[in-house]
Design a protein around this ligand. Sequence first.
Ligand code: GLU
Length: 448
Amino acid sequence: MGKALDEKLEPSLQTVIQRNPGETEFHQAVREVFESLGPVLAKYPEFGEHKVIERICEPERQVIFRVPWVDDKGQVQINRGFRVQFNSVLGPYKGGIRFHPSVYLGVVKFLGFEQIFKNALTGLPIGGAKGGSDFDPKGRSDSEIMRFCQSFMTELWRHLGEYIDVPAGDIGVGAREIGYLFGQYKRVTNRYESAVFTGKGLDWGGARARKEATGYGVAFFLNEMLKVRSEGLEGKTCSVSGSGNVAIYAIEKIHQLGGKVVACSDSDGFVHDKNGIDLKLLQQVKEIERRRIKAYADRSDASYISGGSIWSIPCDVAVPCATQNELNGNDAKMLINNGCSAVAEGANMPTTPDGIRAFLAAGVAFGPGKAANAGGVATSALEMQQNASRDSWTFEYTESKLSAIMEGIHNRCHRTAEEFGTPGNYINGANIAGFTKVARAMVALGLI
Ligand code: GLU
């Protein structure tokens, strides 16, 4: 259990739990935001009068659909598709699509809920949504992936549009899947509507630096947190969990900023490379060959540990970039005992409530995902800008905008935490700054 909630918020949390039975990740995400909001409701009584809390926890629209497809053996397969359109007071619904066997309504809702505040923090005009399927892409052929994506989009297209809802990738959905999804959308609607998807390939409307943006953004955010403590990434040893798109580009930027990443992982195990992760080899194994992380160790001097926790490796800085609840209270204690002084979340909600409590109690600088990993969706909004103006920016220009956006998010969270009497608490800063912006707009737009 977390800390006691404000007396006005406890009944609202109980309502969320009752109305969304069994959706534990969603309950966790809501509780975590509520823990920051007591002083906000006291300061802005109009949020209470307009029932902003009750409204913001109820998605504007939820779509659940059947996705039938035929595998390479000719067998019929049935999956479940989701899109939760959570909040659109700041702009069209925006958020990724996740293909992973763990996906169910509770996961999509937690992600969609987080996305509302993350997107608000970017300062760009985007609402919050998330989607996905319990489809497992592991081991599937290209043509199976294509058939699945086509079937998924044959249902979902009617709920999308550049002024309605703009998906992107997430776990299990990269440029290949976005291509098949966008292709089917284009075919069914007979419209070349570039800005209906972000994370597109560079040849067909994608933005330079979008692929790198989430990982780069995490490294920028981390650097800002360290700067406040008169430190930097220079010379710091780092562990980055995961080995997908977020992890790979977090590693690249941490190296460019002078840090050394010595460990990364997948769901089977982790590699420890004392010389620093060889990014080219990691990209060869993961991006080109789509293999497991063990193949990295087979081709280098790194050691491979099957199972176990990557957080047992000593490091100055930890960057969880794999998935929700991957870093628990015990992991946090190991990291703290080994001298870790900063954590930036590249994944969404990777640290459990116990883990967060341990970090905050030990004075570790802690950047929550909805702030630290907002660079991905921010650059998606930049992709939408380029599509809308039929323009295409250089890598350097886009990266400089991303870097300025991350500095802005960091400063907003830092300032807000101070203003509300919890200096250095980026969780409070992110929750309060993100929520307040959305809540003000919800009051302004009336009871919708
Ligand atoms: N899935 C990413 C996230 O968690 C990106 C979403 C987007 O670009 O719309 O923020």
